[in-house]
Design a binder for this molecule. Sequence first.
Ligand code: FAD
Length: 379
Amino acid sequence: MDVTLVDRGGLSNGTTGHSHGLLHSGARYAESDLTGAQECIAENRIIKDIAGHCIRDTGGLFVQLADDDPDYFDAKLDGCAEAGIPATVVDPEVARERVPGIADDLVRAMEVPDGVVYPSRLVAANAADASDHGAAIYPHAPVEDVHVEDGQVTGVDVGGAVEDTITAEFVVNATGAWAGEFADMAGVPVEMQPTRGVMVSVDYEGLGPVLNRCRDPDDGDIIVAHETEAVLGTTSVPVGGPDEYEQDQWEIDRTVEECAAMLPAVADAETVRSWWGVRPLYAPDEADKGRGISRGFFLLDHAEDGVENLASIVGGKLTTYRQMAAAATNLVADRLGVAAECTTAKERLPGADDPDQLDTFVAEYDGQGATDADVVGAD
Ligand SMILES: Cc1cc2nc3c(=O)[nH]c(=O)nc-3n(C[C@H](O)[C@H](O)[C@H](O)COP(=O)(O)OP(=O)(O)OC[C@H]3O[C@@H](n4cnc5c(N)ncnc54)[C@H](O)[C@@H]3O)c2cc1C
């Protein structure tokens, strides 16, 4: 297939470059969403195989503090077993050896194969891979209009670096939290309920594993370990649209306070950076569910809405990006009559073994996001 990718900004302009950067093992979803948990562990293993220096294999701990419900911990452990996620209960002494600054009221912990993603590198390596396979990639090229005639997209007006109308046999809307706006241009329904979240990165040398609070998902219950920073997050507040939303100080304060319950020293550590991201949650008739809106992904075939050659891929997580791309690509291949196997689970990404090469790709696609600004391009 001849592929053209356009993005209105640099390639990490959207949510991916403003996420928390946790490579989920699936344990976070194990007690509530078996399918989501299974998807995460499958992709976690694949990404660890193919992505090299786009990730860091730190492992993760779910920590139960004195006030946390022990039954929730047990339910998560059972869920991990059911989803095939390796999870080992460790005593407080063992957890304290791994994380010397962990809270005094730690009751027990669960070791899981979480990791850290550097999104800018991951995005740029995927773009380089697509380019090696013949794709044309244009950052700073916003879609400004979509023409539909007789149930077909006949052209997409692209501004910025392209300033032209692109015609294609099939069009995929992969604009995340902006998917509803793209869909409006094409006259098809895609109901998004974006929610914002804040990340606060503090000076913290050598935190080993990712830390997760073992309780019902809430504000400030994950600490992602970078080499010299600890990235605290996050919150989940519905917003009217992905571009303009309030950024409230209480979310920053609450995130730090809650994360300090797991790792007290972060309360007084110097804040180095903070940033906000907007979740691309798909929510037909689910707008009032808040944190309960599905984190799973949806592939919407707009043939069902009367536009034959258009699909939207929405929702999901950074951890499941490859699976989302495979699902969308398989739909297009099927529609165009292309019989080829998806190989992205087996082929290592270009530059995976060479951080400098990865950072060159990031520069090439103007792909520096906020999440890994302390790592990418660093000496
Ligand atoms: C606070 C927060 C923390 C998160 N943490 C994690 C985590 O730790 N682990 C995890 O697995 N997931 C996490 N997620 C979820 C994950 O980040 C997202 O689900 C994922 O990155 C979305 O990817 P995407 O490609 O669908 O959207 P995006 O990354 O937003 O990409 C969409 C792209 O479309 C472009 N675009 C929009 N409109 C147009 C247009 N008109 N023309 C051209 N281009 C356009 C945008 O510029 C953007 O680059 C988090 C999300 C949030 C908000």
